[in-house]
Design a binder for this molecule. Structure first.
Ligand SMILES: Cc1cc2nc3c(=O)[nH]c(=O)nc-3n(C[C@H](O)[C@H](O)[C@H](O)COP(=O)(O)OP(=O)(O)OC[C@H]3O[C@@H](n4cnc5c(N)ncnc54)[C@H](O)[C@@H]3O)c2cc1C
Length: 481
């Protein structure tokens, strides 16, 4: 089923209020300034299904139903499907200027668990795989937006889940009649305000002493027992302002408190079979870290465009900055291309396509590193007006006392207003929304480095070198110390 943006907004409006910000309950997330911009961005992604140019990015043919569906409601069965995810994320930046959390992580969880859920059923006689397929069809039939929750509060990072003094540091379940109950904290979750369902999965692998933390399940965002608190970010009061200071873009992050949240069996996809926690996590990170290259690539496209536009607003031409602009685009191309390479080198896991581990995780380290260079270059092109608050507020710029003179001071040849608006956009892109999704979104670079290390055949490489140098294979063998 395809929904328009307006139909999607109606589905979110109909949900029970359980989201707070600034200490107050948000009665309607579709209109409250703290959350409305995100909901609007998600609505734009729904509307994209009906735009002939954008529809190939935002829709596809569902492998489960054979029908046209919003891309984020489908099984990614082939490399092409996962590449479609990457391209959609890039296009989301084109239409929204922002990450669009509700069409990202939850969808990835369902795909990541496709293979592991079937293996779990084969081993334990559970019914998780069919539950998962049924839920994926339910998502498609209702065109749900989904938030994905891996990240637990985690407490003391030096202790594992079972050793935490407060068990709620990791989401955990207990079996009850007809389903499970969830308790604990999931934090820093993207796009919750705009989702219909929350999908939870483990943030790490678990041993047999931690079975109660090995849970994959889906629950409506407004389920009894869920309290959501929107986080704050550097630009959040701006989003709530009138005029050009209030850039109306952006995803949102949230902390989620689960207190005895009942999930019926049909929406439980793993509950206690701890050895599958690491499998779903591995698949998740491979998909996510391959596709995130295109998120930051889309952000880079916007940055290059904004840098050219502000150069023009400053009275200059693209030509004056061409080397820097080409470098911005090459940064984008590295993360996009590496992600697509990871996808093409992937493998089938029981019907879902999983990108290559070493390449996907190398990409995660890149997206936590090189986009900062693109941002630096864009700020260098734009000038001091985008740096650490160098332009007066909308209220001052429109003051009846001195506004006219300030506007004259901001006019670099083509009028002040465009220049100010671009200033606010560039502030938002390079610092105002935080550092969107580059460093820790999708997991820390260090965990990615560990996976690259684990996926690399080091001894093979040593043998290639020995052969090339004419050294017998039994020489220079590593002695474990
Ligand atoms: C923009 C953004 C969007 C996000 N969206 C989502 C989302 O939609 N869903 C979701 O589930 N999560 C989301 N996250 C959370 C994200 O997945 C986590 O931030 C990430 O996994 C890192 O976890 P952490 O922040 O708890 O860092 P920490 O675990 O506190 O790590 C901090 C540093 O310590 C290192 N470290 C941690 N433990 C150890 C240890 N035992 N030994 C040595 N070093 C250690 C890490 O490698 C890292 O360098 C988002 C984050 C961001 C920034």
């Amino acid at each position: 089923m395809l929904k328009t943006g307006a139909q999607y907004i109606e589905s979110i409006k109909a949900m029970k209020p359980n989201i707070y910000k600034w200490g107050k309950l948000i009665e309607d997330v579709t209109t409250n300034p703290a959350t409305a911009a995100h909901v609007k961005c998600v609505a734009n992604a729904y509307d994209a299904a009906f735009d002939p140019e954008l529809a190939p990015y935002f829709t596809t043919t569902s492998a489960l139903s054979g029908q046209t569906a919003h891309r984020w409601n489908t099984l990614m069965a082939t490399a092409e499907d996962v590449a479609g995810n990457a391209h959609m994320k890039r296009a989301s930046y084109w239409i929204n200027g922002s990450c669009t959390g509700t069409i990202c992580a939850g969808w990835t969880v369902l795909n990541a668990h496709f293979g592991p859920s079937a293996r779990c059923d084969a081993k334990y006689g559970t019914n998780y795989h069919q539950n998962l397929i049924d839920f994926m069809k339910e998502c498609e039939d209702n065109a749900y937006g989904l938030a994905g929750c891996l990240t637990d509060a985690k407490g003391n990072r030096a202790l594992n889940a079972a050793k935490q003094p407060d068990k709620n540091a990791y989401l955990h379940f207990e079996k009850v009649d007809g389903g499970i109950k969830l308790n604990g904290y999931k934090i820093q979750i993207c796009g919750v305000a705009g989702c219909n369902y929350i999908v939870v999965m483990p943030t790490t692998g678990f041993g047999p002493d931690a079975k109660e933390f090995a849970v994959v399940a889906a629950t409506p965002r407004d389920s009894e027992g869920i309290t959501i608190v929107e986080t704050r970010r550097p630009s959040d009061t701006r989003v709530e302002e009138e005029g050009w200071d209030g850039i109306k873009l952006g995803t949102t992050q949230a902390f989620i408190i689960f207190e005895d949240v009942f999930v019926p069996d049909k929406h439980v996809f793993l509950a206690g079979e701890n050895e599958f926690a690491a499998q779903v996590l591995g698949n998740f990170t491979n998909i996510y870290r391959a596709a995130i290259g295109s998120c930051v690539g889309g952000q880079g496209d916007l940055m290059a465009g904004a840098a050219i536009a502000i150069a023009r607003a400053n009275g200059l031409t693209q030509k004056a900055f061409q080397d820097k602009l080409t470098n911005i685009v090459m940064v984008n191309n590295i993360t996009i291309g590496l992600g697509i390479g990871a996808i093409m080198e992937g493998h089938d896991d029981g019907g879902a396509w999983i990108p290559d581990t070493a390449l996907a995780h190398t990409n995660k380290v890149q997206v936590g590193t090189i986009p900062y260079e693109a941002k630096r270059l864009a700020v260098e092109i734009a000038g001091g007006i985008v740096e650490t608050g160098c332009v007066p507020s909308y209220i001052d710029m429109t003051s009846p006392i001195y506004g006219e003179k300030l506007m004259k001071a901001m006019d670099a040849g083509s009028g002040a207003e465009d220049r100010i608006k671009l200033t606010r956009l560039m502030e938002w892109i390079h610092i105002g929304g935080g550092v969107p999704g580059c460093m820790h979104g999708g997991g820390s670079p260090d965990t990615a480095r560990m996976l690259v290390k684990g996926a690399t055949p080091w001894e093979k490489y040593v043998n290639y070198a020995k052969k090339a140098a004419g050294i017998p294979e039994d020489h220079l063998v590593e002695v474990k110390k």
